[in-house]
Design a protein around this ligand. Structure first.
Ligand SMILES: [Zn+2]
Length: 244
C-alpha cells in the first residue's frame, strides 16, 4: 500500500507486523509524525482542546478535511456521516451523534465556525434517486435528511451536482433550527460555511447566501455564507436553485 514502514529500530519491526499494513501505519505515526508535533499534542492535553471550527463532512474517503483546511491537531472538531447531513433539532429521528456533536461544539467548545461540506460524486446524493437495499433500514431513513434537495428529473451528472449543492444549503437551513446556533449566528459569533468539494478538480466551491450561488474558492472573496439576514427572510427556500 502507500506507506513504507520504517523497519529500523525495535519499535518498528515490520517482520513482526505479519503483513499488517494498518499496524505498520500506526508505528509510522509514532515514529515519523508524532515527534514533529509532540509539543503541540502535549500542550493540547495540558491546556485542553479549543478548536475554532466544527466541520460536518460526508464520510466519503475522498474528502480530506485536514488537507482542505490545512488544519493540524486541535483545530477541527470533526463530525462525518453519510451525506454530511444535519438531523433536525427536535430529536424526532432518535439518537443522533451529529446533533449531539453540534450542541457540544457550540455550547461547550464555543466554536466560531461551522462548515457543512458535501462533495462531487457523493454516493449518498446519488442514492436519493435509487432504491436502497431492503435491509438498510437506517440508511433509508437517514437519506430522508437529503430528500428535499432532490430534483424531479433524471439524475444526470449535472442534476447530481446541483443536488449535492442543494443538500449543503438544506443542511445549513436545518442547522439554523438549532437555537444555540441561530442565536450565535445572528449575534455574529458563529460564521456558517457551506462548501462543495469537487474532488477531481481539487476545488472547493463556497456557498454565498447573497447571490445564492456556489463560487469557486479560487475566485471567492470569502469562505462563509456571508450575511445571514436575507437568507432568513427567504422562508426556507433553497436559494441556489432560484438564482442559477
Ligand atoms: Zn458523500
Amino acid at each position: 500500500m502507500g506507506l513504507q514502514g520504517d523497519a529500523s529500530g525495535e519499535d518498528c519491526d515490520s517482520s513482526a507486523a505479519g503483513g499488517d499494513d494498518l499496524l505498520l501505519r500506526l508505528r509510522s505515526f509514532k515514529s515519523d509524525y508524532f515527534p514533529l508535533h509532540q509539543q503541540r499534542f502535549q500542550d493540547l492535553v495540558a491546556e485542553g482542546q479549543h478548536p475554532t471550527t466544527l466541520f460536518i463532512g460526508c464520510s466519503d474517503s475522498r474528502l480530506l478535511p485536514y488537507l482542505l483546511t490545512g488544519a493540524g491537531p486541535g483545530e477541527l472538531f470533526l463530525v462525518r456521516n453519510v451525506g454530511a447531513f444535519v438531523p433536525p433539532y427536535d430529536g424526532s429521528y432518535g439518537h443522533h451523534g451529529t446533533a449531539a456533536a453540534i450542541e457540544f461544539a457550540v455550547l461547550s467548545l464555543q466554536v466560531g465556525h461551522i462548515i457543512v461540506c458535501g462533495h462531487s460524486h457523493c454516493g449518498a446524493i446519488k442514492a436519493l434517486y435509487e432504491e436502497v437495499p431492503a435491509e438498510a433500514n437506517n440508511l433509508r431513513r437517514w437519506l430522508d435528511l437529503g430528500r428535499d434537495a432532490a430534483l424531479p428529473v433524471v439524475p444526470t451528472p449535472d442534476a447530481l451536482r446541483r443536488t449535492e449543492q442543494r443538500a449543503v444549503v438544506l443542511q445549513l437551513e436545518r442547522l439554523m433550527d438549532y437555537p444555540m446556533v441561530r442565536r450565535r449566528v445572528v449575534a455574529g459569533q458563529i460564521s456558517l460555511h457551506g462548501w462543495h468539494c469537487v474532488i477531481e478538480d481539487g476545488e472547493v466551491h463556497v456557498f454565498d447566501v447573497q447571490s445564492g450561488r456556489f463560487v469557486a474558492a479560487s475566485v471567492a472573496t470569502h469562505s462563509g455564507t456571508g450575511p445571514y439576514h436575507p437568507y432568513v427572510e427567504h422562508d426556507g427556500q433553497v436559494l441556489s436553485d432560484e438564482n442559477p
